[in-house]
Design a protein around this ligand. Structure first.
Ligand code: NAD
Length: 494
C-alpha cells in the first residue's frame, strides 16, 4: 500500500555551518551524539579537533582569466570536461593551502601525483579480434600509508580524471583518519558493452599491466563505477596466480567467500545514510519522512536508498543512466531492486512518473543525493536545485562554480570525501581483517563504521562552524593539515 505523502520535515532556509543563524559563534564539540534511530546505536566517541590554526587573514586570489568551463553532454546528464576535474582539484588545494597557511614546499609536493602509470590493455574479444583499451593507475600521495583507491570502468575515464580522483582519495582517507594515501585507476571502456568473458579477460590483463605498482603493502585497489566484487575477485586471482601464492589483501571489495568483509557491498550507501542522519539532526530536519531524491541506482545509490528507507526517510525519486522515476508517496527501494536484472532500469521496474536525470536534480525535496557521475551539478543547474541539503555520494558531483551558487543559496553541501567514505572505511576494515586472517561479525563492522563516520562528521561540523566555512572547506582543511603533519614528520629524501 502506498504511504500517504507527508509534509516536508521543516521549512527552509536551514542554518548552514557558514551561516549558522542565531546562537552562532565558536563552538567546542567534544562529545559524539548518536545520529540514527533505526540502526545500532554507536559507542560514544570523542570528536576533539586537532590543532588547526584559526583562519586569520586570507590573501586574495590572484586575478586572472576565468577557467574554461565548456560543459559537454553524456547520455542523459550534463557533465564537466574530465580534464577540468584535475584543475579544479588543484584550485581546491590552493585555496585550502592559503586558509591553513600550508608550508609552500609541502604544498607544491601535494600538487603533483607521486606516480602515474598509463597502460594499454589488449583483449581478445568474443568475435576473435583484438581490441586495445587504455588503462590508468595513479598514486597521489603515500605519506600516511599505502595508497588505496577504486578502479573505474567507464568510457569517459581519462588520466586527468584519475589524477583528480586519486587526490580526492588522499583527502578522504586523511579525513577518516585511516592510514592510507590516495590512488585511483580506470579503464576507458563501457562495461555494458562487454560480455562476461571479455570483461574477465580485460580485468586480468589490466591487472597484469598494473602489477608493478599494486600490492598489499603499497597499493590496494577496490571497486568503483562499472566494477564490482567479481572484478576484485578476478584481480586478486590474477595477482595471486602470477606470484604463485594467495594474497587476499591485495584488493578490497572482494566476495566474502575469498576474504571479503561482511558489510562491504553496502558500506558506501550505509555511510551515506549515517551522514544524512547526522546532518539532518544538526539542521533540525526530521529523519522520519525526510524526502530524498537519489541520482544513480548502482551500488552506492541503491544501498543509500535502502539504508535511508530503513531509517524512516522517504525516497521520492531515483534514477539510473536511462532516467528516473518520481513518486511522492515514496518508493520502496527493497521492492524496486528485488529481482532487478542487469538489463532492467528503474523506469522498467517502477510504475511512478518518469523523469529525466536533469529533472531529478531539480526536484523539490529535502535531500538530494547524487550517486552516479561527477560534475552533474554545474553553474547551469545549481540555481534550480531545490533540495535543502546535497549529500555527495558520488565523487565530485558538484563543480566549484556550482558549489558557490549553492552556498549563496544556503543549500548545505556535504562533501564527497565525507559522505561516501563508508566504502573506503570498510575496505580498510577488510584489509585489516585480511592481514590478521580474523574476520569480524557484521554488527561489529557497522558499529565501527558508524563510529568512524560520526567522529569525522562532528570534527568537520565543529570546524566549519568555528571558521564559518563550508563543510567542504572544513573537510579539506582537516585532511590537508593531517597530510602536511605526516609530511613534516617524514622529512624529505634524500
Ligand atoms: P555503479 O556502476 O554501481 O552505479 C552507477 C550508477 O550510475 C548506475 O545506476 C548507472 O546507471 C548510473 N549512471 C551512469 N551514468 C549515468 C549518467 N550519465 N546519468 C545518471 N546516472 C548514470 O557505481 P557506484 O559504485 O554506485 O559508484 C557511483 C559513484 O559513487 C561514483 O561517483 C563513484 O566514484 C562513487 N563511489 C563509489 C564507491 C563504492 O564503494 N562503490 C565508494 C565511494 C564513491
Amino acid at each position: 500500500m502506498a504511504r500517504k505523502p507527508q509534509k516536508s520535515a521543516k521549512s527552509a532556509p536551514v542554518p548552514t555551518p557558514a551561516n549558522p543563524g542565531n546562537g552562532n559563534g565558536p563552538i567546542a564539540v567534544a562529545e559524539e551524539r548518536p545520529t540514527s534511530g533505526g540502526q545500532k546505536p554507536p559507542k560514544q566517541a570523542s570528536a576533539k579537533l586537532e590543532a588547526i590554526p584559526r583562519v586569520a587573514s586570507v590573501p586574495p586570489e590572484p586575478a586572472g582569466p576565468p577557467p574554461q568551463m565548456e560543459p559537454m553532454r553524456t547520455s542523459k546528464t550534463e557533465v564537466i570536461k574530465r580534464h577540468d576535474m584535475w584543475d579544479q582539484s588543484l584550485r581546491q588545494l590552493d585555496d585550502v593551502a592559503r586558509l591553513i597557511s600550508l608550508d609552500p614546499n609541502i604544498h607544491s609536493m601535494l600538487r603533483h601525483p607521486k606516480r602515474t602509470l598509463e597502460v594499454s590493455v589488449p583483449v581478445r574479444m568474443d568475435d576473435g579480434h583484438v581490441e586495445v583499451f587504455q588503462g590508468y593507475r595513479v598514486h597521489h600521495n603515500q605519506y600516511r600509508g599505502p595508497v588505496k583507491g577504486g578502479i573505474r570502468y567507464h568510457h569517459e575515464v581519462s588520466m586527468e580524471e584519475v589524477k583528480a580522483l586519486a587526490m580526492l582519495m588522499t583527502w578522504k582517507c586523511a579525513l577518516m583518519n585511516i592510514p592510507y594515501g590516495g590512488a585511483k585507476g580506470g579503464v576507458v571502456v563501457d562495461p555494458r558493452k562487454l560480455s562476461e568473458g571479455e570483461n574477465e579477460r580485460l580485468t586480468r590483463r589490466f591487472t597484469s599491466e598494473i602489477m608493478i605498482v599494486i600490492g598489499p603493502d603499497k597499493d590496494i585497489p577496490a571497486p568503483d563505477m562499472g566494477t564490482n566484487q567479481q572484478t576484485m575477485a578476478w584481480m586478486m586471482d590474477t595477482y595471486a596466480t602470477l606470484l604463485g601464492h594467495a594474497v587476499p589483501q591485495v584488493v578490497t571489495g572482494k566476495p566474502v567467500s575469498v576474504g571479503g568483509s561482511l558489510g562491504r557491498i553496502e558500506a558506501t550507501g550505509r555511510g551515506v545514510s549515517y551522514i544524512t542522519a547526522a546532518i539532518a539532526k544538526e539542521l533540525n530536519l526530521n529523519l522520519k519522512g525526510l524526502r530524498i531524491a537519489v541520482q544513480g541506482a548502482g551500488n552506492v545509490g541503491s544501498n543509500a536508498a535502502k539504508a535511508l528507507h530503513e531509517l524512516g526517510a522517504r525516497v521520492i525519486a531515483i534514477s539510473d543512466v536511462a532516467g528516473g522515476v518520481y513518486d511522492e508517496s515514496g518508493i520502496d527501494p527493497f521492492k524496486l531492486f528485488a529481482g532487478m536484472g542487469p538489463k532492467d532500469t528503474v523506469q522498467s521496474q517502477h510504475p511512478g512518473k518518469k523523469i529525466s536525470n536533469e529533472e531529478l536534480l531539480k526536484l523539490e525535496c529535502d535531500v538530494l543525493i547524487p550517486s552516479a557521475l561527477g560534475g552533474v551539478i554545474t553553474e547551469r543547474n545549481a540555481g534550480e536545485i531545490k533540495a535543502k541539503v546535497v549529500v555527495e555520494a558520488a565523487n565530485g558531483p558538484t563543480t566549484p562554480e556550482a558549489d558557490k551558487i549553492l552556498e549563496e543559496r544556503r543549500i548545505v553541501v556535504v562533501p564527497d570525501i565525507l559522505a561516501n567514505a563508508g566504502g573506503v572505511t570498510v575496505s580498510y576494515f577488510e584489509w585489516v581483517q585480511g592481514l590478521q586472517y580474523y574476520f569480524w561479525e557484521l554488527d561489529e563492522i557497522n558499529t565501527r563504521l558508524h563510529k568512524v563516520m560520526s567522529k569525522a562528521f562532528l570534527q568537520l561540523w565543529a570546524l566549519a562552524r568555528r571558521e564559518r566555512v563550508s563543510l567542504r572547506t572544513a573537510a579539506l582543511m582537516i585532511s590537508v593539515n593531517r597530510v602536511a603533519e605526516a609530511a613534516k614528520s617524514l622529512g624529505l629524501f634524500p
